[in-house]
Every structure is written in structure tokens, then in C-alpha cells.
Ligand binder design. Structure first.
Ligand code: AMP
Length: 394
């Protein structure tokens, strides 16, 4: 069922507490190196400000150890936000302390206050009710626009909205879009529905593979994951990255999945983990002893690209090889290009596949690039998120 969005909440003259994901990358001087996460939150923030609301922003940044740490202050994000919007933006030097309280009280309609890092407080990771009650007391409306954290049960995601009983609890536009694609498009897909799963480890993706085998028409496997499946089939994998303790699991999946599970037919292997190693292309399961598989081979790339071209819905999570190290980016490139050229609804999971599609310049040629690595994986696993479930229905 669809969730209420911020557009449907009357915010004029109200304090609106928005959980955003301002966990931006910083350089050693504390300068923001990529402000996309701030940019992506702007539609929700502006929607409130333009209608005369007062915005209070809360986020985490990095992994401070439950205490203030200058390295992880959110101040740079407040400064950047002030450059992006004409409104008054202030910054509270604490999260729920005296400075935050005074600055919340001083807010005027159309103003923004950015609270200091939630994770400076031990209550955030613990989901502490007393900490949550203090944050909840700041506002009349709660908004979740932090998709990257939606699979977590931190205080700002669950205890805060729970402490705001009777007050509107809505999703922001970013979370609305993520839910739309990751649950709706996948829950009721146009077929053929093809999933492409890659990356380093079977263990990270096993629940995703299982869930998607139940929904998709084909699940294509790439990346180092493929070599654990190859081992399970009795193949030779040389020095490839494998998980021997997952071979039994791979056997089970192979036995139950039938021809839904598609494995590489060839492998691009190298005799060292480096761009200038000696390289060979071999049939899958034939990796020489001194070599390791570093990418899908050209026949597999063509096969996967063909399956993508015929699909109506495509979900992709995880690179096909070591895409950071050319020429072992070829398989990932071929798959990304096929997705970009297809008319299918295409959904790219966060993390490395999002980075790969951006690096290759195809990000604006796909339907949706998820902003949440862990959260998008958890959604593809079919998990329900408490932080989303508790929001008001539309
Ligand atoms: P993940 O975070 O599980 O999506 O894995 C992404 C990482 O897997 C990337 O850094 C890739 O370089 C790595 N990867 C993909 N294929 C291979 C491979 N054949 N051997 C080693 N690492 C790989």
C-alpha cells in the first residue's frame, strides 16, 4: 500500500522534522567531495519551505563512536545547503542539547535548522526512547527521506516517529521513489523480468538470489560469485575468489532453480590481481591453476546482453568483474550498455553497480538508480522495513 508523502501534509507554520541521509563523503580537510545526497534531498526540503513550513534536518555522518567527534560534524552539510537554497539555514552544535533547543525555538517559517550528527548520541544506534522523545518534541510532522538507512531501526528511523503518535508521519520524495521502483516494479513486474547479480560474495547476495529466483524469469550470475557456483558444478576455478563453505548452498540453488539460474559460459582470467597481468579467456570451469577469474568472458557478456535486450524489467546489483581495473571492466560495461540501450524498466541497486553505471556515463539512461546499497539489497531480499511500515498510509 502506498505511503503518505510530504506533498499531502499541511506544513504551513509547522515544525517538520526530516530524517535525511547527509552521510556525504568528506576529504581530509572536511570538504564535501560529492554533494549528491544533499542535492537529492532538496525536493522534499523545498516542498516544506515553499509552503511556509520550518525544516529541522537530522542525519548521521560516518561512524563516530557514540560521542562528538569533530571529524564527523554535519556543519559542512549545513554550509553546503545554505549555498543551494535562498532560505536561512542554521546549524545546531548539538543534537538535542541547549543549542538545538534554542535554535528550534527561534525557527521562523521558511527557515532550516540542521542538527548535529545523530550518532554523536549513544541513543541513536540503540533506538533509545528518551533520546527519541527529545527529537520528537521538536516537531509537529515527521518525514523519512533517508532511504539509505531505511533498513535500520536507529532511533531517528523508528523510535522518533513512534514517539510522535497522532502527528503526521510521511515519506519524502526520495523514499517515495525508491519504494515505487524497488517494491512496486518488482512486486508486479512486466515480463520477461531479468535480474543480474554480481559482486564478490555469494554470502552477501544469497537471500537476494533466493528471493529473485521466486519472482524473476532469469537470474544471471556474474562477478566472483560465479566461481563458487562453478566449484559446485565440479569446475576448476584456479586461484579465483571463492567461498568453499558456500558450495553446498550453491549446489542446492542449482538443483532447485533449473534453467532460471544462468551462469557464465566463459571467464576472463589473469595470473595476478593486476591490470598488466597475463590474461586468458577460458570456458567456465576451466580456469588454469595459476590464474584467477576477474571478469565474465566475451561470450557471457554477449549472452547476458541479449537476455537484457529481450527483457521488460531488469534489476542489476553487483559488477560482473573487477570493474575498477580495466580491462576487467569489459563484462560490467557490456551489461551496463545493454541495460542503457534497452527500453525495459531498469533498476540499479546501490553501491558498486550504481558507481559502475555512473562511471560508464549511463546513469541517466536507466529508470532508477537506487541511493541505498544495503537498503536496496534488503528490499531485493523481500524484507519489510519497520521505518517505512510505520509511516501513514496515503
Ligand atoms: P559487492 O560489494 O559484493 O557488490 O562486490 C563488489 C566488488 O566485487 C567489486 O569491488 C569488484 O571488484 C569485486 N569483484 C567482482 N568480480 C570479482 C572477481 N572475479 N574477483 C575478485 N573481485 C571481484
Amino acid at each position: 500500500m502506498a505511503k503518505k508523502t510530504i506533498a499531502a501534509v499541511d506544513v504551513a507554520g509547522k515544525n517538520v522534522l526530516i530524517r535525511v541521509d547527509f552521510n556525504v563523503p568528506l576529504d581530509e580537510n572536511g570538504k564535501i567531495t560529492d554533494d549528491r545526497r544533499i542535492q537529492m534531498a532538496l525536493p522534499t526540503i523545498k516542498s516544506v519551505l515553499d509552503r511556509g513550513g520550518r525544516v529541522i534536518l537530522m542525519s548521521h555522518l560516518g561512524r563516530p563512536k557514540d560521542a562528538p567527534d569533530a571529524k564527523y560534524t554535519l556543519k559542512p552539510t549545513a554550509d553546503r545547503l545554505a549555498e543551494l537554497i535562498p532560505n536561512k539555514v542554521t546549524f545546531a552544535t548539538d543534537t538535542v542539547g541547549d543549542d538545538a533547543k534554542a535554535k528550534v525555538a527561534a525557527l521562523q517559517n521558511g527557515d532550516v535548522l540542521v542538527l548535529e550528527n545523530l550518532r554523536f548520541q549513544p541513543g541513536e544506534k540503540k533506538g533509545d526512547a528518551a533520546f527519541a522523545a527529545e527529537l520528537a518534541s521538536f516537531a509537529d510532522v515527521y518525514v523519512n527521506d533517508a532511504f539509505g538507512t531505511c533498513h535500520r531501526t536507529d532511533a531517528s528511523m523508528v523510535a522518533v516517529p513512534n514517539a510522535m503518535a497522532g502527528k503526521p508521519k510521511a515519506c519524502g520524495f526520495l523514499v517515495e521513489k525508491e519504494i515505487k521502483y524497488l517494491t512496486d516494479a518488482i512486486g508486479n513486474p512486466q515480463r520477461p523480468f531479468v535480474a543480474i547479480l554480481g559482486g564478490a560474495k555469494v554470502s552477501d547476495k544469497i537471500m537476494v538470489i533466493k528471493n529473485l529466483l521466486g519472482i524473476c524469469d532469469k537470474v544471471l550470475i556474474g562477478g566472483a560469485m560465479a566461481y563458487t557456483f562453478s566449484l559446485a558444478q565440479g569446475g576448476k576455478v584456479g586461484k579465483s575468489l571463492v567461498e568453499p563453505d558456500k558450495v553446498e548452498l550453491a549446489k542446492e540453488l542449482l538443483a532447485t532453480a533449473g534453467d532460471k539460474l544462468v551462469l557464465p559460459v566463459d571467464t576472463h582470467a589473469g595470473d595476478a590481481f593486476s591490470a598488466d597481468c597475463n590474461k586468458v579467456v577460458v570456458e567456465a570451469g576451466q580456469v588454469p591453476d595459476d590464474y584467477e577469474g576477474l571478469d565474465i568472458g566475451p561470450k557471457t557478456a554477449e549472452l547476458y546482453a541479449d537476455l537484457v535486450r529481450n527483457a521488460k524489467t531488469v534489476v542489476w546489483n553487483g559488477p560482473m568483474g573487477v570493474f575498477e581495473m580495466p580491462p576487467f571492466d569489459a563484462g560490467t560495461k557490456a551489461v551496463a550498455q545493454a541495460i542503457a540501450e534497452s527500453d525495459a524498466i531498469s533498476i540499479i541497486g546501490g553501491g558498486d553497480s550504481a558507481a559502475a553505471i555512473a562511471k560508464l556515463g549511463f546513469a541517466d539512461r536507466v529508470t532508477h538508480v537506487s541511493t541505498g546499497g544495503g537498503a536496496s539489497l534488503a528490499m531485493l531480499e523481500g524484507q519489510k522495513f519497520a521505518a517505512v511500515e510505520l509511516l501513514d498510509e496515503a
